[in-house]
Write a protein of this length. Structure first.
Length: 255
């Protein structure tokens, strides 16, 4: 197999759950441009239509709708090769007074919903003894920040889920991995980065000295979707500008 064929995603049937905006949309558009047959899903039909891609309206908190979504994709395209589990929500609040309804929402979408989507897609892949599941983890899978304890809990679970499914589904030739983005600029967090104090804090702690953009995740997404990653499974890949590797500090190093 040539290097070009090794990294090819041409004609692969890819489902991007949470693909109507932000990171999911960037991944979906890039895979489509690379020749994949991409289906995006989310709750908002208007946002899905705006992508210009094939889509399925799906509420990831509803198990029955997840099943219908995946069934529709398999009926239309004949198979499912790759799942990107991108859908997720966040809510910042102190742990000691964290609202139970918000906790239920975060865990319901980020853990339960993503597990059920992986389960439905995994069944379709297992029937063909081939497939790839790529979850979206987080910096919080490895480190913690104050004020986002429930979100951090959910993303820690995504790391564990990735490893557990990788072990269980290896028998079906399904590779399960995760991408853990660093600080990424998206429309959803635009207001956060407009605060100079927060922006400078994040840039100072990222060795690359900048925030990421959704496009920074595309190369890893293509790699994990392609045959180039066929012997990689159960891994969390941090695409974070070096943030989890360590931080710079004020000491001047001789050059």
């Amino acid at each position: 197999m040539s290097p070009i064929e090794l990294f090819s995603v041409k004609d692969k049937v890819v489902h991007v759950s949470g693909g109507s905006r932000g990171i999911g949309k960037a991944i979906a558009e890039a895979l489509s441009a690379a020749g994949a047959r991409v289906v995006v899903s989310a709750r908002s039909e208007s946002a899905l239509k705006a992508t210009g891609l094939d889509y399925q309206v799906c509420d990831i908190s509803d198990a029955a709708r997840i099943e219908r979504c995946v069934e529709n994709i398999v009926v239309e395209f004949g198979r499912l090769d790759v799942l990107f589990n991108v859908a997720g929500i966040n809510f910042r609040h102190a742990a000691e007074t964290f609202p139970e309804d918000k906790l239920d929402q975060i865990l319901g979408v980020n853990v339960r919903g993503n597990f059920l989507m992986a389960r439905a897609c995994g069944r379709a892949m297992a029937a063909r003894k081939q497939g790839k599941v790529i979850n979206i983890a987080s910096l919080h899978t490895h480190v913690s920040l104050a004020g986002v304890s429930a979100y951090g809990t959910s993303k820690g679970a995504i790391g564990s889920m990735t490893r557990a499914l990788a072990v269980e589904w290896a028998a079906y030739n399904i590779q399960v991995n995760a991408i853990a983005p660093g600080f990424i600029r998206t429309d959803l967090n635009k207001a956060l980065w407009e605060d100079p104090r927060i922006l400078h804090w994040a840039e100072d702690r990222t060795p690359a000295r900048r925030l990421g953009v959704p496009g920074d995740l595309v190369g890893t997404a293509i790699f994990l979707s392609s045959a180039a990653s066929d012997f990689m499974t159960g891994q969390v890949l941090y695409v974070d500008g070096g943030l989890t590797a360590g931080s710079t500090w004020p000491l001047v190093t001789p050059r």
